[in-house]
Design a protein around this ligand. Structure first.
Ligand SMILES: [Zn+2]
Length: 282
């Protein structure tokens, strides 16, 4: 019995990862691998007990995340404070627990991915557009890495150096695991690497440019040069998809992409990003 529910939870997480990956591919206009993803989703969903599948599908209609990790003693989907008994039960994994508020299925993350909660002071101006998720110090106009691993680590390290996260080990591994599901590299040398389910703070975006380009996606002949790396709390998943499609739209023209490639300093890159996303990101 014990083994069975742990297995079910793993199964659901795997299915959830595929469903979100599919939505990400769609939001970034990458349609080449949708059929394969659909096939894998159908296979995994088909293995679920009928009742659970129905509940899961019903949840998915309301939100992109139907199974969510708990963060401390809260449901990371809606923030509801759970009872001690339920938290213990979620950690034990002997049965499927549902959030009493949003009815999402809850699980205990193996390694909680945390980021530092940003300090917000009274009187700080309200931020708008891309300013809400990023800042000049998160711009890397010239990435040094020559492989996928190096690029991802370099961007993660920048987040750490700027005080957004404590350490890179778990986050970096999570970003690599995500790339293994289906590459986040899309057309025109753009890639959207990311880590979902991160605790603490809001969605954070760091932008890195590789002037030479690196082999990032499944198609070894194409080079990726523009990397939008994002750290996403569970509650921001739906919004993340909007941001993704806004960025895709902003950099759908050659001129917009070339502008990014020519930036020499962090300030320049920041200015170009801000200007290009003015209309697409609210
Ligand atoms: Zn909830």
């Amino acid at each position: 019995m014990v083994r069975k529910e742990t297995h079910t939870i793993k199964h659901l997480i795997q299915l959830q990862d595929l469903i979100v990956a599919r939505a990400q591919q769609q939001a970034s206009m990458a349609t080449a691998r949708l059929q394969q993803l659909d096939k894998n989703i159908a296979t995994l969903a088909g293995e679920l007990p009928v009742e659970l599948k129905t509940h899961f599908n019903r949840l998915l209609q309301k939100n992109i995340e139907a199974i969510v990790p708990i963060t401390g003693e809260n449901c990371s989907g809606c923030g509801y404070a759970l009872t001690k008994t339920m938290v213990n039960s979620v950690h034990a994994g002997n049965e499927l627990n549902r959030c009493p508020n949003c009815t999402r299925i809850l699980y205990s993350p193996d390694v909680p991915l945390t980021r530092n909660t940003p300090r917000r002071r009274w009187g700080d101006p309200v931020k708008r557009g891309i300013d809400r998720f990023s800042s000049p110090e998160l711009m890397i106009p010239s990435l040094k890495g020559t492989t996928k691993e190096e690029i991802l680590l370099e961007m993660c390290n920048n987040l750490r150096e700027q005080g957004y996260i404590e350490n890179c080990d778990d986050l970096h591994n999570a970003a690599l695991r995500r790339e293994a599901i289906v590459s986040t590299a899309v057309e025109h040398g753009i890639a959207f690497p990311h880590v979902r389910g991160v605790e603490g703070g809001g969605l954070t975006l760091t932008l890195g440019i590789s002037k030479k380009g690196v082999k990032f996606g499944a198609d070894g002949n194409k080079l990726s040069k523009i990397f939008f790396y994002m750290v996403i709390p569970t509650a921001a998943s739906a919004f993340y998809l909007k941001l993704l499609s806004g960025l895709t739209q902003s950099f759908s023209t050659k001129e917009a992409r070339e502008a990014l490639m020519t930036a020499k300093t962090q300030e320049e890159l920041w200015k170009i990003l801000t200007k290009a996303t003015k209309k697409t990101i609210a």
